[in-house]
Design a protein around this ligand. Structure first.
Ligand SMILES: *[C@@H]1O[C@H](CO)[C@@H](O)[C@H](O)[C@H]1NC(C)=O
Length: 252
């Protein structure tokens, strides 16, 4: 990582958060709700059109980061889905898969586009695992809500199978039952590995962090999974902030 000055942003973290917010919003052309409406349980008026998509594609730490930085993705959450065990936990998730739930603005990104990202961000031909992660919890699943999503998912799977030629696409398409949110320590996992960035957005309390659009994007940024242009823009902004450092109080 190009920046390392710990504490560089503490006293003025709100300003930092605003600055990064401005560049992220500008780059993505999204209007984020402000902090007060983000912590509101009821969706603000401008969010009633948001839709939800759920995918499983290996470790949910990575899945969340894959989608977080896409223009039109407003927030994300990891959890367990697709199994029958009630109240699964990370160390005891039974027959569930690790999944990511994405809240998105369909005016900015379509379900088909999300499906394309799903296919291009993991290997759906791998059996019983994904990359180095072995186990049924890492299986590939598209969780649908209703016939239209199910139809689009089936078409995209057929296309993927055509591209894969001889090897079989193992991805399941199933109607979403219950989505159990995972424990807090698994939410925004990538971002939580970076204390400086957590400070830059104001060391949000857990609940706010989970609902924050900024945190959703920075979670993708830390994993270097943002679209390249945005990745560079955020890099530059953070380097600028950390290079400047902070004025020190030297004497009265
Ligand atoms: C499923 O879709 C319906 C209507 O489109 C919507 O009201 C509902 O909230 C959706 N459920 C989930 C879990 O996204």
């Amino acid at each position: 990582m190009a920046f390392s000055k710990k504490n560089a942003c503490v006293p003025r973290y709100l300003i930092c958060a605003v600055v990064i917010g401005l560049i992220v919003n500008k780059a993505l052309g999204i209007r984020n709700p402000d902090r007060s409406s983000e912590s509101n349980k009821d969706l603000p008026d401008q969010e009633h059109h948001l839709k939800i998509a759920v995918f499983a594609m290996g470790s949910f730490w990575r899945s969340e980061a894959v989608f977080g930085c896409l223009p039109g993705v407003i927030r994300s959450r990891v959890g367990y889905a697709g199994g029958s065990k009630r109240n699964p936990e990370y160390r005891n998730l039974g027959d569930h898969a690790e999944a990511v739930q994405i809240e998105y603005d369909p005016r900015l990104i379509s379900y088909e586009e999300l499906l394309n990202v799903f296919w291009s961000s993991h290997d759906p031909r791998q059996v019983f695992g994904q990359g180095p992660d072995v186990g049924n919890q890492y299986r590939s699943v598209i969780f649908t809500n209703g016939t239209e999503e199910s139809r689009l998912a089936s078409i995209s799977k057929e296309n993927e199978q055509t591209r894969s030629r001889s090897s079989i696409v193992t991805t399941h398409i199933q109607e979403l039952g219950v989505f159990y949110p995972a424990e807090p320590e698994h939410q925004k996992f990538e971002l939580k590995q970076n204390p400086l960035l957590l400070q830059l957005i104001g060391n949000l309390p857990e609940e706010e962090l989970q609902r924050s659009s900024m945190a959703t994007k920075l979670n993708g940024y830390v994993a270097e999974l943002c679209p390249p242009k945005l990745q560079k823009q955020i890099d530059a902004k953070i380097n600028e902030i950390t290079k400047k450092g902070w004025p020190l109080l030297r004497e009265f």
